[in-house]
Design a protein around this ligand. Structure first.
Ligand code: ATP
Ligand code: MG
Length: 320
């Protein structure tokens, strides 16, 4: 049994297909991430998974409970961190947490120590009695996560957990999510930060315009990309014209990478030895030969055709 099993999940808003028949699963104990740009369908998907939005078609099974019949049962076992906080402005941090606990029927005598623990864990103990509205963005996000954990869910959903907050809070959130996962919580999150997906997720789905265009572990996603290989040579002298070396190795694409370095790209793996012989033959010394590993960013750009810069400039809620 999977923690989450989704088949042919579709959401139509009038003529617009926001989520286009996606299929994926999340194993118990995994951190699974949806990585995609603005408007890709991340929030729409999460909203269907947590029972907040009705699906147009498809099936969702959460820890063996199928929607829509077992929605209530599944909801007791899941925690939700929405992209916009769902907490109360006028209540203090502590009051917000104990209020959330009461929604799960947790009695005050149990909820208060649990809430205080969470406030400590997220470094919010000093501001526990301040009104939520007085919190910084980072503090708000941390309290929203703490609130989602109050009933110790075994599956946690987070929609862009570190988007639009300060670097220190984002780091702390990533750290806490790792900790939670190590202690057994399964995590489904969305992000438009390639780095974040890389650091946090065991497996990633690239989602673009309602479609999952690729799914895999970071290693698997890299392997696919590694069918194209790059090697960079640094030499002792500046290179002259590249046409003769290009002629000698017609199966590769050769370009200047610096004054004394050149990059060789090939669809097959690059055999270094013939190049070393060539350089020796023309009287050039090789200082360094380096196989260039692609980054997840390269893979993402390659697979989706979306520029990495565009993802970085992505703002929450800024729909094109
Ligand atoms: N309630 C709605 N009514 C109509 N269209 C909607 C609605 N909610 C979302 N959409 C559209 O569905 C598509 C997917 O939106 P969604 O919010 O799921 O994207 P997202 O991946 O979460 O983007 P972001 O990174 O900006 O949060 C977009 O084209 C959006 O405009
Ligand atoms: Mg969204």
């Amino acid at each position: 049994m999977k923690a989450l099993h989704v088949q042919n999940l579709t959401k139509q808003f009038g003529d617009l297909t926001a989520v286009n028949g996606v299929n994926f699963f999340v194993e118990y104990g995994e951190v699974f991430g949806f990585l995609g740009p603005n408007g890709a369908g991340k929030t729409t998907t999460i909203n269907m998974l947590i029972g907040l939005a009705r699906m147009t078609a498809g099936t969702i099974s959460v820890m063996g409970h199928s929607y829509p019949d077992a929605l209530k049962m599944a909801q007791r076992e899941i925690g939700v961190v929405p992209d916009e906080s769902n907490l109360y402005d006028e209540m203090s941090g502590l009051e917000n947490l104990t209020f959330c606990a009461s929604l799960y029927g947790i009695p005050r005598k149990d909820s208060e120590p649990r809430a205080l623990d969470l406030l400590h864990q997220f470094d919010l103990h000093d501001v526990k009695d301040k009104a939520f509205k007085a919190y910084s963005k980072g503090m708000k996000r941390k309290l929203t996560i703490a609130a989602a954990l109050i009933h110790k869910p075994s599956l946690l959903f987070l929609d862009e957990p570190t988007s639009g907050i300060d670097v220190a809070s984002a780091r702390q959130i990533r750290y806490e999510l790792k900790e939670l996962n190590q202690n057994g919580t399964t995590i489904f999150l969305t992000t438009h930060y390639i780095e974040e997906a890389d650091r946090l997720c065991d497996r990633i789905a690239f989602i673009v315009a309602g479609d999952i265009v690729r799914t895999g572990t970071v290693t698997e996603l890299m392997q696919y990309h590694e069918s194209e290989q790059s090697v960079e040579f640094t030499l002792d002298q500046p290179l002259g014209d590249l046409s003769s070396i290009q002629e000698a190795f017609p199966q590769t694409a050769i370009e200047k990478a610096g004054e004394r370095s050149l990059r060789i790209r090939s669809v097959q793996s690059v055999d270094l030895l013939p190049f070393m012989r060539y350089f020796d033959h023309v009287g050039l010394q090789v200082y360094e030969a380096r196989i260039l590993r692609p980054s997840l960013e390269d893979v993402f750009v390659n697979v989706t055709g979306i520029e990495a810069e565009k993802m970085k400039n992505n703002q929450r809620g800024a729909h094109r």
